[in-house]
Design a protein around this ligand. Structure first.
Ligand code: GTP
Ligand code: MG
Length: 457
């Protein structure tokens, strides 16, 4: 990130492109009011340069003498704005042509089109939020479930940062004590070192506990892929419809009804799920369409986080089911065996396959709740997130925390044999925590974080 770029005034639409009743263009930077003055004629007699912070002004946007639109203008002057710079938001009619016109007028008069996430980047660089909070902004916009939203809101509120700062203080105390001990004679040191090691072990353990939430964070944020597989006619499409509470897939008594892989986005207990119904697997696919369907099915199986292997529980497992079990064998640790059609009879399968066996009837809707529970259990391994829990939400966070944890752990071991090396390790651990909150940063890291944002945020 070029530091010079921070001094210019940026502009971008902050509402979605398209036809809507209102669209908003935001300016941020030292020249926001100057630029506004050139394009906006307020109805009142107040001059634009005298606009106070947090006020709304009615008037018109002009391109020279040509009227562009009737607008409301909001001013939020530094430091009380999203970016801590002078911010002006022009609220016009929401047509793309009008928004484009206002944007180009702003650019013609000295603004630069903002890069994705640049407003939030400025909020971070100007110290209004830290890097963890900036990450949360993107996650809030992209949240696929209520749960994911709550996790990110806690992060935006600064609860994650508080926890990291707590780790930092604990490690900093250790560093201070160690540095104070440098000049002490050997015999006095040994007593104090025991306490220091205890303190380091404690924080290292706390970081380890936080790291346990890594998988949970990924699941709630990115969601999981669940694939329903099985031979033809066992009720895969029916199950897809039952789980998604829709008529998404075509259901008929004719084997081979589903030819393509069908996807539906659902939310199960707060976990965003991409549910896939597949073409029934049979050994001798009939014709090119079915062959292609089969290929896609196999690909979906490989990419799945969880496979529901469906069979007809009213009958014994047959050769076709066995064939499928062979195909699924490499994935049995991510497979739940589901016996459907129990309304017609319930035979215990001769072979148990996968992690769990669940019986359902899609027709009578029995066992569905139990199946849902098993799915959730498989995904989160029995972990329930409490309202206050802090959860790791990005690979960046887990990488830096893992490094910090390893460094503190090694420092504990090193303290007795090489005191000075331990101090260096602890200082390195502190640096990692500072990168996490963004107290120190590398430009590539920042650019990567903000490239995930949309324009206007
Ligand atoms: N009795 C009974 N019939 C069911 C049940 N679930 C599905 N069926 C019926 O079984 C037939 C096949 O259902 P589908 O959902 O199309 O089966 P599928 O596995 O998707 O079949 P293909 O797409 O051909 O591979 C339909 O007639 C369904 O109504 C159930 O629980 N009980
Ligand atoms: Mg089907």
């Amino acid at each position: 990130m070029n530091k010079n770029l921070r001094n210019d005034t940026i502009v971008a639409p902050i509402t979605a492109w398209g036809h809507s009743s209102v669209g908003i263009v935001r300016l941020s930077g030292n020249d926001s009011l100057k630029i506004l003055e050139k394009i906006f004629k307020p109805k009142s007699n107040t001059k634009v340069k005298n606009f106070k912070s947090h006020t709304i002004h009615y008037g018109h946007i002009y391109d020279g003498k040509e009227l562009v639109d009737e607008v409301l203008v909001f001013t939020m002057l530094k430091p009380k704005s999203y970016t801590r710079e002078d911010v002006v938001e022009i609220s016009s009619h929401g047509g793309p042509l009008i928004i484009k016109k206002i944007l180009s007028l702003c650019i013609k008069n000295g603004a630069r089109l903002a890069q994705p996430g640049e407003f939030t980047k400025r909020a971070y660089l100007n110290g209004r939020i830290d890097l963890l909070q900036a990450e949360a902004v993107a996650d809030i916009i992209n949240a696929k479930s209520e749960e994911a939203l709550k996790i990110s809101q806690r992060q935006l509120k600064g609860l994650f940062s508080e926890k990291i700062n707590d780790f930092r203080n604990q490690i900093l105390n250790v560093a201070t004590e160690l540095n104070a001990l440098v000049d002490f004679p050997e015999e006095d040191i040994s007593i104090d070192l025991k306490n220091v090691k205890g303190a380091l072990k404690k924080v290292s353990e706390e970081i380890k506990n936080l790291l346990k939430t890594e998988n949970l964070g990924r699941i709630y944020r990115e969601g999981v892929k669940i694939v329903i597989a099985g031979k033809t006619n066992v009720g895969k499409s029916t199950l897809m419809n039952v789980l998604s509470d829709s008529e998404r897939a075509i259901v008929t008594p004719i084997p081979g009804t589903t030819r393509d892989v069908i996807r539906e986005a659902i939310v199960l207990d707060g976990i965003p799920v991409e549910l896939y119904d597949t073409a029934g697997i049979r050994k001798t696919a009939r014709g090119i369409i079915e062959k292609m369907g089969m290929k896609k099915t196999k690909q979906a199986i490989e990419e799945a986080d969880l496979i529901l292997f469906l069979f007809d529980a009213s009958k014994n497992l047959d050769e076709k089911d066995e064939n499928i079990m062979e195909i699924l064998a490499p994935f049995k640790d991510k497979t739940i065996m589901v016996g459907n059609k129990t309304d017609l009879g319930k035979k215990k399968p001769q072979k148990k396959f996968g992690k769990e066996l669940v019986f359902i009837s899609c027709l009578k809707k029995t066992g569905i709740q139990h199946l849902r529970k098993e799915i959730i259990h498989h995904m989160v391994h029995g972990t329930v997130i409490s309202n206050e829990e802090i959860i790791i939400t990005s690979v960046r966070q887990s990488e830096l925390l893992k490094k910090t944890q390893t460094l503190t752990c090694t420092a504990v071991k090193k303290i007795d044999e090489n005191f000075f090396e331990a101090i260096l390790l602890i200082e390195e651990a502190l640096k990692n925590l500072d990168s996490l909150t963004g107290k120190i940063f590398r430009e590539e890291m920042i650019d990567e974080i903000f490239s995930r944002f949309c324009i206007g945020k």
